[in-house]
Design a binder for this molecule. Structure first.
Ligand SMILES: Nc1ncnc2c1ncn2[C@@H]1O[C@H](COP(=O)(O)OP(=O)(O)O)[C@@H](O)[C@H]1O
Ligand SMILES: [Mg+2]
Length: 262
C-alpha cells in the first residue's frame, strides 16, 4: 500500500517504513435508501500512523463515529477498503473479523462498560480471561503503573471515581497489547479534571508504551493531547493539523461554525 497519500500523511518516523496501523481508501458509508439516504462518509482516504495519537474532530453529524466504527470493523462500509495493519478487513467473514477485533483492537467508549461485580484488576483482565489468554504479568504491571491504578486494583467500579473507572477501561484496552486502540468520546462523560487524567494516561501509553490511539472527540482540549487532528465535515476529511493546541483546534472548529449558518 504505497500511494502518494501515504507519503504525504506519514510524517517521517526515524528508520521506520512500516505500514500504517490502519488505513482507509475511498471509503463511503451510506445509511438508509431513497429519500432518507444519508451519506455519512464520502470517499474517505486516510492513514493512521503507528505509535501515534490521532484525534478525529468535526461538527456533530460530520461522520466521526461512523469513520471510527468503519476503521475498527464495528460497522460495514458501503464501498471502499479498510486495512488494520496489513490485513484488509473489508470482505472478511464475520468470524474472522471478530477474531481480528479481539486480537488486534482495543476499544474505549464513553460509557466505561465495567462489570460492577468484578474489581478493577478483574475488569482489566476480563477480555483475556474470556479469550483464554494468560496476561503477560510484566506488561500488566507496566500498564497498571502507567494508568496510575496500582493501589486501586481491589476496588470495585462503584468505589472508584468516574476518571478512575475510565482509567480501568483504558488499562483493559491496553492489557491485551492491541495494535490499535479506538476511543469514541472516551472523556465525554467525565468532568474536566477526570478527563485530563484519562487523556494524560492515553498520552503516556503512546509515549511510553508505543501504543497507537485513534480518538473521536468534539472537545478541542481533548484533541490537543493528540499528535495529529483530522477534521471531518459532511463525511469528508477537510483538514488536518499536527502538534495541535486547544486554541488552534478551537480556532479551526470556529471556521466550521462560520460556514454552518443553518
Ligand atoms: N445507524 C444510523 N442510521 C442512520 N443514519 C445514521 C446512523 N448512524 C449515523 N447516521 C447519520 O450519519 C451521519 C454521521 O453520523 P455520526 O458518524 O454519528 O456523526 P458524529 O459522530 O460526527 O456526530 C449523521 O447524519 C447521522 O445522522
Ligand atoms: Mg459521534
Amino acid at each position: 500500500m504505497t500511494t502518494a497519500a501515504t507519503a504525504v500523511h506519514n510524517a517521517p518516523l526515524p528508520g521506520a517504513q512500516a505500514a500504517p496501523a490502519a488505513a482507509a481508501r475511498q471509503v463511503t458509508k451510506a445509511y438508509g435508501a431513497g429519500e432518507t439516504r444519508v451519506t455519512a462518509l464520502d470517499s474517505v482516504d486516510v492513514d493512521i500512523q503507528s505509535g501515534r495519537f490521532t484525534a478525529i474532530m468535526g461538527p456533530s453529524g460530520s461522520g466521526k463515529s461512523t469513520l471510527m466504527h468503519c476503521l475498527a470493523g464495528l460497522d460495514t462500509v458501503s464501498s471502499g477498503r479498510i486495512w488494520i495493519g496489513d490485513t484488509e478487513i473489508t470482505g472478511l467473514k464475520d468470524r474472522q473479523l471478530t477474531r481480528l477485533r479481539r486480537d488486534k483492537i482495543g476499544f474505549i467508549f464513553q460509557a466505561f462498560n465495567l462489570l460492577p461485580t468484578l474489581n478493577a484488576l478483574e475488569n482489566i483482565t476480563l477480555p483475556m480471561d474470556i479469550a483464554g489468554r494468560k496476561p503477560d504479568r510484566a506488561w500488566l504491571d507496566q500498564v497498571v503503573a502507567t494508568v496510575g491504578l496500582a493501589d486501586r486494583l481491589k476496588h470495585r467500579p462503584t468505589q472508584l471515581s468516574g476518571g478512575q473507572q475510565q482509567r480501568v477501561a483504558v488499562a483493559r484496552a491496553l492489557a491485551a497489547r492491541p495494535e490499535i486502540i479506538f476511543g469514541d468520546e472516551p472523556t465525554g462523560n467525565l468532568d474536566s479534571r477526570s478527563g485530563a487524567e484519562v487523556l494524560t494516561f492515553l498520552r503516556r501509553s503512546v509515549d511510553e508504551l508505543g501504543q497507537t490511539i485513534v480518538m473521536v472527540t468534539h472537545d478541542p482540549v481533548a484533541a490537543s493531547y493528540a499528535d495529529r487532528v483530522l477534521f471531518l465535515a459532511d463525511g469528508v476529511i477537510v483538514d488536518e493539523m499536527h502538534a495541535p493546541t486547544a486554541d488552534s483546534v478551537l480556532e479551526r472548529m470556529r471556521r466550521f461554525d462560520g460556514k454552518r449558518t443553518s
